[in-house]
Write a protein that binds this ligand. Structure first.
Ligand SMILES: NC(=O)c1ccc[n+]([C@@H]2O[C@H](COP(=O)([O-])OP(=O)(O)OC[C@H]3O[C@@H](n4cnc5c(N)ncnc54)[C@H](O)[C@@H]3O)[C@@H](O)[C@H]2O)c1
Ligand SMILES: C[N+](C)(C)CCCC=O
Length: 499
């Protein structure tokens, strides 16, 4: 995308979006093509043409060939290639971020952060690649054993549409660092940027086929999960699809990582630093138009500070600049699709019927720029008067809607916060250090943010409890989810046979 072409409403993507064998691959047949829309304009950006069984097989075989070479390289050799890939991404961050915005609808300010997190992730795992090692275990009589940390083989990554490039990086970086190959399937709604990552890995020097991209939806995903040459599936998406992925993978006893949805609680105590708590609540609800798995959408505020909290949170929410996501001043772009916009607006109507009060937003938003008239925009919404039994408080909305509820005591709010089948994230704002750690210990979630929300350095593990999934992404621990341990036992004496 050249600079002059990369403004909202101008880009059309026609290059093939599949990648294996070290190059972009044209779809075998164009039937079942689906239009992909630019969320900010509603215009068709490209066609997503799903891969069938033969194409999936070709991609997986290409990945396997690359795996045979890559897995034999030393960790330090792999690290060098990965560092080069990270460098190229850093160099092209603006171009990649722009394409991400055009395909996804989020603001350029956020997309640049996403791309930075992506290269940081690759850099981080490059750093770990040279540290992978086993253990030496001394046994009686000079006999000993050692363990080897080995790759799994060809791993599959299946991504959601909210962080397309970042998800591809969060999955491929630890996979490649451990010596695996990966075949990645982006969401059919955001097919455009994963192939750029594939090109960059190739340019950095990975063997042809090491990181492949196949386009498609549920059918292509199913083919990937069932393929006998696949050793592991790492999935990011909704709970219902995650269950299917786990079921399909179980047939081949494949390892699985599931990064699923959430309905996370954010607890604000009266002794908090209120301005930070308000800023935290906005960060917990409005990034990427609220389409974030770990968002803290159930905001529990201690009754005594509710009026001040609401006044400030509403004031700041009304001031969020919504509009052209490629403009530097914009802080909220367009939702991913028309059906998603309608679904989110439906949650707001339902909340009103169930007794919720809309303090601001919750309506379709039409920017003044004529080219954005067909975009999927809405005004960010704060709902007051919410109860735990309301639909907006129980279900994942995946849109810019914050539900606020009062609470009185710590014991009560922890019980209410944990009363959900999800467990992805949580947050607490308080100046009481003991309370902060006590609450963090008692919340049933994979992450607890104390006095902040939604920061995600790549050094820190990320993943869910309960139905929000299992396995982790980021952090050192993820090495364990992309490798296996072999034990080698070495006899130094004679065999003492029982027979
Ligand atoms: N925990 C996380 O890290 C995280 C991150 C982003 C999104 N999410 C969750 O993802 C959801 C939104 O994303 P979505 O709408 O893309 O989710 P989704 O479950 O509809 O789709 C996710 C991916 O799965 C693929 N897929 C669909 N059916 C499949 C099947 N039968 N077999 C294999 N693959 C299949 C899709 O094509 C897509 O690539 C939300 O629930 C959100 O919370 C979680
Ligand atoms: C980078 N965030 C904001 C932590 C989001 C992670 C991916 C979840 O949807």
């Amino acid at each position: 995308v050249s600079r002059q072409l990369s403004s909202t409403g101008t880009v059309v993507v026609t290059d093939p979006l599949n990648f294996w064998g070290g190059k972009r691959v044209k779809p075998r047949e164009e039937k079942n093509a689906e239009p992909v829309f630019e969320p900010a304009t509603g215009r068709v950006l490209c066609q997503m043409i799903p891969c069938g069984a033969e194409e999936v097989d070709e991609a997986i075989k290409s990945a396997h060939t690359a795996y045979l070479k890559w897995s034999k390289m030393a960790g330090m050799e792999r690290a060098r290639v990965m560092l080069e890939a990270a460098r190229i991404i850093r160099e092209r961050r603006e171009k990649i971020a722009k394409l991400e915005v055009i395909n996804n609808g989020k603001s350029i300010t956020e997309a640049l952060v996403d791309i930075d997190i992506a290269w940081q992730c690759i850099e981080y795992y490059a750093g770990l690649a040279g540290t992978l090692s086993g253990q030496h275990i001394q046994l009686p009589g000079g006999t000993f054993a050692y363990t080897r940390r080995e790759p799994l083989g060809v791993c599959v990554g299946i991504g959601a549409w909210n962080y397309p490039f970042q998800i591809a990086s969060w999955k491929s970086a630890p996979a490649l660092a451990c010596g695996n190959a990966m075949v990645f399937k982006p969401s059919p709604m955001t097919p455009v940027t994963a192939v750029i990552l594939a090109e960059i890995y190739k340019e950095a020097g990975v063997p042809d086929g090491l990181f492949c991209v196949v386009q498609g939806g549920a059918e292509t995903g199913t083919l990937l999960c069932h393929h006998p040459m696949v050793a592991k599936v790492s999935f990011t998406g909704s709970v219902p699809t995650g269950k299917k992925v786990m079921e399909m993978s179980s047939k081949g006893v494949k390892q699985v990582t599931l990064e699923l949805g959430g309905k996370s609680p954010l607890i604000i105590f009266k002794d908090c630093e209120l301005e930070n708590a308000v800023k935290g609540a906005l960060m917990a609800n409005f990034l990427t138009q609220g389409q974030v798995c770990c968002n803290g959408t159930r905001v529990y505020v201690q009754r005594e500070i509710m009026p001040q909290f609401l006044e400030e949170v509403v004031k700041r929410t009304k001031a969020i600049p919504v509009g052209d996501p490629l403009l530097d001043g914009t802080r909220m772009g367009a939702l991913i699709s028309k059906p998603q916009l309608e679904k989110v607006l439906g949650f707001v109507s339902q909340a009103k019927k169930e007794g919720g009060r809309v303090l601001c937003g919750g309506e379709p938003f039409v920017p003044s720029d004529p080219k954005l008239k067909g975009g999927y925009f809405m005004s960010p919404c704060v709902l007051d008067n919410c109860r735990d039994d309301m639909t907006c408080v129980k279900e994942e909305i995946f849109g810019p809607v914050m539900s606020v509820m009062p609470f009185d005591t710590e014991e009560e709010v922890i019980r209410r916060a944990n009363n959900t089948t999800f467990g992805l994230a949580s947050g607490v704002f308080t100046r009481d250090i003991s309370r902060a750690h006590r609450v963090a210990e008692n919340l049933e979630a994979g992450t607890c943010f104390i006095n902040n929300y939604n920061i995600s350095p790549v050094e820190v593990p990320f993943g869910g409890y309960k139905m929000s999934g299992f396995g982790r992404e980021n952090g050192q621990v993820t090495i364990e989810y992309y490798s296996q341990l072999k034990t080698v036992v070495v006899e130094m004496g004679d065999v003492e046979s029982l027979f």
